[in-house]
Design a protein around this ligand. Structure first.
Ligand SMILES: Cc1cc2nc3c(=O)[nH]c(=O)nc-3n(C[C@H](O)[C@H](O)[C@H](O)COP(=O)(O)O)c2cc1C
Ligand code: SF4
Length: 425
């Protein structure tokens, strides 16, 4: 494994992350000054060259999203930062907001300049109350330093950023539900199309990006898109913050270069996960949050990049890696995942609202000797397909991803208690 010396986000963290003086001394806002003098097309061209894939989970190409919004003529435009961070096992946006808030804010202001946006909003997870307060303070200090407010840097451009508290629901991290919630409506997903770039916040053209996506913008603009690409994988530049939790020795947020580190390195290398905490063997790892796939030891040599993980049936998702040892029964783990989705389903559509309850029923039957039949297993698999294909938003569409990936790895545990026969439900 290469030495982890190419950190972009976590290099030279400030001794006081909320000191704007320290940030400016360390080179902060140089990228913004550069951006303010550049043509919007040129800024976006650097982001496209960087191949920055959205760090919120869906891995949408940043350059393409920005370009789409640039070509929309309607105004005003809005910039929205998704800091809802509701995905279990994910705490890297919190890390960014606590340890490098100005990088995030500089990225958002740079986006403001590119689109000459009317205002920016950061939708911050409701439980992160302290962070919300600190962000408000940081925004005030940026105002004083002249990088926010009226006539920024003497350019004649006015821009401000508002901090919105999240509603405490996982679904509000879905970008259209997030916009509804920001507008003061119930946080439920909207039908798409129209695309949010066209009909977004207050029904106006809007850019929605994740915290980590925005925090990377100053690096891209400072060093150039080619340098950012070089630091990562040829299909997706830069680094990724991963969140290690569960049964590994070292838990927390770590920065790794995309495409240069394997899952084995991430979990077992002493600079990263450090191996299993309790002398037990690794049984499985759950990638990208509860909505992501589960992998097993045979996949450990997969390179951690969007492309390689996808080819192996895995995913980067939010960057979460939950590590579980051999003591964890897969059906019990999946029951926990499904209970989460039952709790978080917004109830708008039947495949998700009812589907998750039925999934839990089946998991309970499968873990009770003789309660489920081979016919039930077939029905369970049809249910998974129906939920994935027919749910209204990403929550229901991905709620059974963990189950269907685990089925491939631990078929014998699913079948252990099953008796022959037709479906019982
Ligand atoms: C149910 C659900 C919850 C989501 N939660 C988050 C979240 O907490 N934070 C986030 O950035 N993206 C979340 N997303 C993804 C967003 O909808 C969207 O793709 C993302 O904010 C776009 O930013 P990016 O392109 O920079 O990744 C969620 C999606 C779904 C379907
Ligand atoms: S899939 Fe349907 S019920 Fe589930 S969260 Fe989305 S809109 Fe709500």
């Amino acid at each position: 494994m290469p030495k982890l010396e190419f950190r972009l986000l976590t290099d030279s963290l400030l001794s006081d992350p909320y000191s704007i003086d320290e940030y400016i001394k360390s080179g902060g806002f140089a990228a913004l000054k550069k951006t303010s003098a550049m043509k919007s097309e040129d800024v976006i061209s650097e982001i496209s060259k960087a191949k920055l894939l959205g760090r919120g989970g869906a891995a949408y190409p940043g350059g393409k999203k920005w370009e789409h919004l640039l070509h929309i003529k309607e105004t005003p435009k809005y910039i929205v930062c998704n800091a809802d961070e509701g995905e279990p096992g994910t705490f890297k946006d919190r890390f960014i907001m606590e340890k490098m808030p100005f990088k995030l804010l500089e990225g958002i202001i740079a986006a403001g300049f590119v689109f000459k946006a009317k205002a920016g909003y950061i939708y911050v997870r409701g439980e992160y109350r302290k962070i919300q307060k600190h962000l408000v303070e940081a925004i005030k200090s940026i105002h004083k330093a002249g990088f926010l407010g009226a006539n920024i840097l003497g350019t004649g451009y006015d821009f401000d950023i508002h901090v919105i508290s999240g509603a405490g629901a996982y679904v509000c991290g879905e970008n259209s539900a997030l916009l509804n919630s920001t507008e003061g409506k119930v946080g439920r997903p909207r039908i798409k199309p129209p695309h949010l770039a066209e009909v977004g916040l207050f029904l106006k053209p809007t850019l929605v990006n994740n915290v980590e996506s925005f925090a990377n913008i100053p690096h891209i603009l400072h060093a150039g898109g080619d340098a950012f690409l070089e630091a990562g994988h040829p299909d997706s530049g830069g680094t990724k913050l991963i969140c290690l939790s569960g049964h590994c020795k070292n838990r927390g947020v770590f920065e790794i270069p995309l495409g240069k580190v394997s899952l084995r390195d991430a979990i077992f290398n002493g600079e990263l996960g450090g191996g299993m905490a309790n002398g037990k063997k690794l049984k499985f790892f759950h990638l990208g949050g509860q909505s992501g796939p589960i992998g097993g030891p045979a996949q450990l040599d997969t390179v951690y990049s969007y492309t390689d993980l996808r080819k192996a049936g895995l995913a980067v998702g939010s960057g979460a890696i939950v590590i579980m040892d051999e003591s964890v029964p897969i059906l019990e783990y999946l029951k926990g995942v499904t209970e989460f989705f039952i709790h978080e389903s917004c109830g708008k559509c039947v495949p998700c609202r009812e589907g998750n309850r039925q999934l839990l029923n089946y998991l309970q039957m499968l873990s009770t000797p003789g309660a489920a039949t081979t016919g039930d297993l077939n029905t369970l698999r049809s249910l998974v397909r129906a939920m994935t294909d027919a749910s209204f938003c990403g929550l229901g569409q991905t709620a059974a991803t963990a189950l269907s990936s685990a089925w491939k790895l631990f078929k014998s545990e699913f079948e252990a208690n099953v008796r022959p026969g037709g479906g019982t439900l």
